[in-house]
Design a protein around this ligand. Structure first.
Ligand code: PMP
Length: 391
């Protein structure tokens, strides 16, 4: 038998052991953890909608008519009016012909990639794509080529050498770096080389583009150019689940073939109705995105001026690059001692030697909250310098 205890001890030794922090109360910038308040900069609730009164009201109002449990998978008896209503709303929101509601983004990526590519086909996947995309590629049994992050010349030369069915998959906004994929170039290459483009816009939906319609809408890319658009609903949308959006024929194909859609219990229908309410807020409330934009600009200017190494990201994901796992942990701990929660992200989530603090900003943060983060970063930077562990 494998020595699991030894493997865990080895992870601890390498600074890779992870712990689950327990919080109480709703998700909001000030969290309660261990009976103490801590100001969080690591949630994906980019618009502050996870606890929005309109969404909570919609959930409460939905429950008497929908009940709670999903009870069965969609193809048995779990497909509810509420799911259908959300799918129509998502199609309209994304400007696509149809949409399909999945229970999580992880399952959406796994099921969609494995349904659309199979043995004998070839998948091209950006090296920094999310774990669920990597797992979907493995599950598909297709040949997988990982191209260097955002490197369109490398992708083009790989596409040129490949025959047969081709699928290109990318994050819209990269989850650990915060940069946006070169979507226009990807769409062009896919058109020229007859490849199917799949974009997972988990971190762009709600945040980027006109009325928060995402990174694909920001560039005005059509359904023909990006046939499979994936989005998640547990981040900026503030509820739970995920979706695919695109041509009717592809959505119907996924209903028939995506095993993570077919063989899982449908999401509680009330969540679908709360999600519809949240999409209404997203569409009409540009002020949230404007406020978030002002926090991002300020963070970049002021954290950059403190000498921290940031990434070329204009999104709410603003990693502070550290490199060493232990240094990242030390910085995170020092901030925590000042009542600030910014988790250290280490391999395998990011490449070896690229540990970082993944700062995420939210429209729910005030400029006063940001002052506290910047003060903490200023104090911690000098502390690290004094101990000769400068960044
Ligand atoms: N795609 C990306 C790019 C993600 O960052 C994540 C989650 N962090 C997912 C998919 C998975 O979504 P979910 O949390 O809904 O499973």
């Amino acid at each position: 038998m494998r020595d699991f205890e030894a493997e865990l001890a080895e992870r601890k030794r390498a600074g890779l052991h992870r712990v689950r922090r327990q919080i109480s109360g709703p998700q909001q910038p000030v969290l309660t953890s261990d009976g103490r308040e801590i100001l969080s900069f690591c949630s994906n609730d980019y618009l502050g909608l996870a606890n929005h009164p309109a969404n909570l009201d919609a959930l409460r109002q939905a429950l008497p008519s929908t009940g709670l449990g999903g009870a069965a998978s969609h193809l048995i008896c779990g497909h509810h009016d509420a799911h259908h209503q959300l799918e129509q709303r998502l199609a309209e929101f994304t400007g696509r012909s149809a949409a399909l509601f999945f229970s999580t983004g992880y399952m959406a990526n796994m099921g969609i990639i494995a349904a659309l590519a199979g043995r004998g086909d070839t998948i091209f996947s950006d090296r920094l794509n999310h774990a669920s995309i990597i797992d979907g590629c493995i599950l598909s049994r297709a040949r997988v080529h990982r191209y260097p992050h955002g490197d369109m010349a490398a992708l083009e030369s790989m596409l040129k050498k490949t025959s047969g069915h081709k699928l290109v998959v990318t994050d819209g906004v990269f989850s650990m770096d915060g940069d946006v994929a070169p979507l226009r170039e990807l769409a062009r290459l896919c058109r020229e080389h007859d490849a199917l483009l799949v974009v997972d816009d988990a971190h762009g939906i709600g945040v980027l583009g006109p009325q928060g319609r995402g990174s694909v809408a920001e560039l005005g890319l059509s359904e023909q150019e990006v046939p499979v658009l994936i989005g998640t609903l547990g981040k900026a949308v503030g509820t739970s689940g995920a979706f695919a959006a695109g041509p009717e024929v592809l959505m119907e194909y996924l209903v028939q073939k995506a095993r993570t859609y077919i063989y899982t219990t449908a999401m509680p229908p009330a969540i679908a109705l709360a999600t519809c309410a949240s999409l209404d807020v997203i569409e009409r409330d540009d002020a949230r995105r404007e406020h978030l934009g002002s926090l991002i600009t300020r963070f970049r200017q002021e954290a950059g001026a403190l000498g921290y190494r940031l990434m070329p990201s204009e999104t709410p994901i603003q990693p502070i690059m550290v490199g060493d796992n232990w240094k990242a942990l030390a910085l995170s701990k020092a901030l925590e001692e000042r009542g600030l929660l910014v988790t250290a992200i280490r391999p395998p989530t990011v490449p070896e030697g690229e540990a970082r603090l993944r700062v995420t900003l939210s429209a729910a943060h005030t400029h006063g909250d940001l002052d506290r983060l910047l003060d903490g970063l200023s104090a911690c930077r000098s502390l690290l310098e004094r101990t000769e562990e400068g960044l």
